[in-house]
Design a protein around this ligand. Structure first.
Ligand code: AHR
Length: 373
C-alpha cells in the first residue's frame, strides 16, 4: 500500500470516528481536529461560539391595548351584562281614560311580572303635572329606565333634561313629545297621522256622495289628537263634498264623547251624516247619544273610530259602528326589550313602529272571540 493511501485512510478514519463521537453525549472526548461547527456541538470552538453568541431576544407577543368602550350616558350600572331581573323601571302612565289605556297598563304590568322586572308604576289621572311629579320620583329612586306616554306633546323639556342629567334614559311609549331628540332614546308606538289618513279614506268609502262629518277630538294638545286630525284632513282633501261640520274634544273618554255628541245633535240635528271619533270610547259614548236622539247609529249616521278595542267589535256586531282603525296598546314586550338594550348601553332605533290593521263589521263576531283587548 502506498504511503499516500495509508495517510488518506488514517485521515478518513479520524473523521469517521469524529462524526460518530459528535452524536455522543458531552462526556465523549472531542475528535482532534474538531470538524467545523455545527457538526459537533461538543467541540470547544462550538461551545465558545455559542457562549459568545448573543442570546436571542425572547419573542414576546406584542402587548394588546385593551380597548374599553365608553358607555353612553344612559347605560345602567350593570351594563353591558344587565338582565331583566337587574332592571328597575319607572312607567309614568297617563291615566285610565279608555279601554285602550287599560289594555296598555295591563300589558306593561303583566310583562314586567313575567320578565322579573322591578316596575314602579304611576297613574297621573290625565294630568301633566302628575306625570312630571312621577318622573321626578323615578329619578330620585334611581331607576334604570323611564317609560313615558306624554299626555300632551309640549312642556316636557325641563323634566326630561333632569332625567338626562341623572343618566336615566327616557323611552317614549305610545305618544311622542315635542322635545329635542337627544332627550329621549326611542319612541315605541303608532303612526297617528297614518291612522287619521286611514280613517279619512274609510269615511270617503262610506260617503260616496259626500256629506257632513262631525269630529270627536281626543285630549287637546295630545299627539294622537293632533295627528289624527291632520291625517284625516289630508285624506279627505280629494273629496270636496265631504265637509267637517263641527269638531270638539271629548278628551278620549266615553262620558265626554256622549256629552259632546249630544251637543252636536242639538246644534246640527239631521244635518249630520257621519261621525269621526279619535277613539272607540268616544265613539261608543256617541252611539248612545245618537240612539237616544232617535237616530240609527251606523245607518243614519256613519261612524269611523280608532283603536279596535273589544267594545268597538261589540258595537260592530250590533251594527252601530262601521269601521275601527287599529291602534295597538300591547306595547309591554317591545318596551322591556328596548329598556334592557338601553340599560346595556345599546343604541336604539329612533322609532319602533306598531303593526296595525283596519276592522269591519263583516267578521267582527269571529274576531271578538280572540281579541286580547
Ligand atoms: O295614545 C293612544 C290613545 O290614547 C288611544 O287612541 C286612546 O284611546 C287613548 O286614550
Amino acid at each position: 500500500m502506498k504511503l499516500s493511501k495509508v495517510l488518506y485512510l488514517t485521515v478518513m478514519l479520524v473523521l469517521v470516528l469524529g462524526a460518530v463521537s459528535c452524536g455522543a453525549p458531552a462526556a465523549v472526548e472531542c475528535p482532534d481536529p474538531c470538524p467545523p461547527c455545527p457538526e459537533c456541538p461538543q467541540c470547544p470552538d462550538c461551545v465558545c461560539a455559542e457562549a459568545a453568541a448573543p442570546a436571542p431576544a425572547p419573542t414576546e407577543a406584542p402587548e394588546e391595548e385593551e380597548e374599553v368602550a365608553e358607555l353612553p350616558y344612559y347605560a345602567a350600572d350593570c351594563a353591558p351584562n344587565c338582565t331583566y331581573e337587574d332592571l328597575k323601571v319607572g312607567y309614568a302612565q297617563i291615566g285610565a281614560e279608555s279601554e285602550w289605556r287599560n289594555a296598555n297598563t295591563s300589558s306593561i304590568k303583566e310583562t314586567a311580572e313575567q320578565l322579573g322586572v322591578d316596575l314602579l308604576f304611576s297613574d297621573a289621572q290625565q294630568k301633566q303635572e302628575n306625570q312630571i311629579k312621577a318622573i321626578r320620583t323615578f329619578i330620585a329612586e334611581g331607576v334604570d329606565v323611564i317609560g313615558h306616554p306624554p299626555v300632551v306633546e309640549t312642556g316636557w323639556e325641563t323634566v326630561y333634561q333632569e332625567a338626562y342629567d341623572a343618566g336615566i334614559p327616557i323611552i317614549l311609549v305610545d305618544r311622542r313629545a315635542d322635545v329635542p331628540e337627544e332627550l329621549y332614546v326611542s319612541y315605541i308606538g303608532s303612526d297617528f297621522v297614518e291612522e287619521g289618513r286611514k280613517a279619512g279614506r274609510e269615511m270617503a268609502k262610506l260617503l260616496p256622495e259626500g256629506g257632513n262629518v262631525v269630529e270627536l277630538v281626543g285630549t287637546v294638545g295630545s299627539a294622537p289628537a293632533n295627528d289624527r286630525a291632520k291625517g284625516f284632513r289630508e285624506a279627505i282633501e280629494e273629496y270636496p263634498d265631504i265637509v267637517i261640520l263641527d269638531s270638539q274634544s271629548g278628551d278620549f273618554t266615553r262620558a265626554l264623547g256622549k256629552e259632546v255628541m249630544e251637543a252636536f245633535l242639538k246644534k246640527h240635528g239631521d244635518a249630520i251624516d257621519a261621525l269621526y271619533a279619535h277613539n272607540d270610547d268616544m265613539g261608543i259614548g256617541a252611539i248612545q247619544a245618537i240612539a237616544e236622539y232617535g237616530l240609527d247609529p251606523g245607518e243614519d249616521i256613519k261612524i269611523v273610530s280608532i283603536d279596535a278595542v273589544r267594545g268597538a267589535f261589540q258595537a260592530m256586531v250590533d251594527g252601530d259602528l262601521n269601521v275601527t282603525v287599529e291602534c295597538n296598546p300591547l306595547l309591554g314586550p317591545q318596551f322591556y326589550e328596548m329598556a334592557l338594550k338601553t340599560a346595556n348601553g345599546e343604541e336604539l332605533p329612533r322609532w319602533v313602529p306598531s303593526e296595525e290593521s283596519i276592522y269591519y263589521p263583516d267578521n267582527a263576531a269571529e274576531i271578538i272571540e280572540t281579541r286580547k283587548y
